[in-house]
Design a protein around this ligand. Structure first.
Ligand code: 13P
Ligand code: SF4
Length: 363
């Protein structure tokens, strides 16, 4: 069902799922190689089923950089479609079927706040080389900021490699916007707690740190978070282990470090999919990530017991969920009238530079 505030025409909202699916299939068939649909792992299962490619944010950006199709329809959130536009050629056009699909975590790092922080860091440490690293979950202007300041982009699948890359080229790494991915990555690199500073962007001076703290830090991390992954707690892991002694717990690294430390494994959405697929039949697996992916994995792996880790919270990304069959059908049938995702030309080159560096870094 379409969300009531979705601005697509009422005629699309009245169609059944079967009718919508049929129309989408027909449009895809008629378009042949000209059109490709990319879907992120968190999409609703009926949308995910219609994609030509499904993947995590790293894989989809890599695919977008290699595609030849003229039209790329990205069923995901805004920053992902922007990355596809940056990495594709000027002859290709990228569409986001529901323009309201954003990412609240990405919105926690605005360019003005990041530049304010950067200026303070430069003033405090004029002779220190700081490498900015932006999570894929950022707007294009923040990716461009990394490009022009010798930095790069990372996703949850290559953050360790990106931090290593940054620390080989600079004295410090400045990572935004996810505190938890930042901390979990610093932990994997065995960076001690006293060399990690968290920058609270709501505070006026040094993100709430003393000059000494910033000077000693190897890694400076923005205080952003994902509202989906921060619902998971250590108690959820403990309860699962009490109830199911054989359970394996796998979580996304946007979860707090206390959860990641108790889990058996952590990794990107593609990592989680692989973890489940490779588990022995009969395995019991509790997953700390978005509910639509967990439900799909449970459905696709009936020989395993697949559960959402908390069991009682609503770990749903409403932004990923915004894209419905109605949106997809409307988008495909009205490509000439819909405004595509277009990153401003003046920042595109620098943003592409930082994404290209990411694609070259060993994972
Ligand atoms: P992946 O890069 O693992 O696909 O995750 C993207 C995301 O937004 C997770 O919340
Ligand atoms: Fe953003 Fe979290 Fe949704 Fe991922 S799950 S798109 S980080 S809000």
């Amino acid at each position: 069902m379409a969300l009531t505030f979705n601005p697509i025409p009422a005629s699309y909202r009245r169609l059944s799922d079967d009718e919508l699916t049929e129309r989408i299939r027909r449009k895809k068939q008629a378009s042949g190689d000209k059109l490709v649909i990319l879907t992120h792992h968190y999409q609703r299962k009926e949308v995910a089923a219609l994609g030509d490619y499904i993947g995590d944010s790293y894989a989809l950006s890599k695919i977008a950089s290699e595609l030849e199709a003229e039209i790329i329809v990205f069923c995901g959130v805004h920053f992902m479609a922007e990355a596809a536009d940056i990495l594709s050629t000027d002859k290709q056009t990228v569409y986001l079927p529901n323009p309201l699909a954003g990412c609240p975590m990405a919105d926690m790092a605005a360019i003005t706040n990041v530049m304010h922080a950067w200026d303070q860091l430069k003033e405090l440490l004029p002779d220190t080389k700081i490498i900015p690293i932006a999570y894929m979950n950022t707007a294009a202007d923040l990716k461009a900021f990394c490009g022009r300041n010798d930095g790069l982009i990372c996703t949850s699948s290559n953050a360790t490699g990106a931090f290593r890359w940054g620390l080989e080229r600079g004295d410090k790494v400045f990572f935004y916007p996810d505190e938890h991915l930042g901390r979990n990555t610093a932990n994997k690199l065995a960076i001690p707690e006293n060399e990690i500073a968290v920058w609270d962007y709501r505070l006026r001076r040094l993100g709430g740190n003393t000059p000494e703290k910033i000077k000693n830090a190897k890694v400076i991390i923005w205080k952003g978070y994902c509202h989906v992954h921060t619902t998971f707690t250590p108690e959820h892991v403990q309860r699962m282990r009490e109830k199911f002694p054989d359970v394996k717990v796998v979580v996304h690294p946007e979860c707090p470090q206390e959860v990641v430390k108790l889990a058996d494994a952590d990794g990107s959405t593609a990592f989680i999919v692989k973890y489940v697929e490779e588990a022995e039949p009969g395995a019991t697996i509790a997953i700390g990530t978005e509910i639509n992916l967990v439900d799909r994995l449970a459905h696709e792996n009936p020989d395993k017991k697949i559960m959402e880790l908390s069991g009682n919270t609503c770990a749903m990304c409403v932004n990923m969920y915004r894209t419905t069959l109605n949106d997809l059908a409307w988008c495909l049938e009205n490509l000439d009238d819909i405004r595509p995702i277009e990153v401003r030309p003046e920042i595109k080159e620098e943003a592409r530079l930082s994404l290209s560096r990411m694609l070259e870094v060993p994972r």
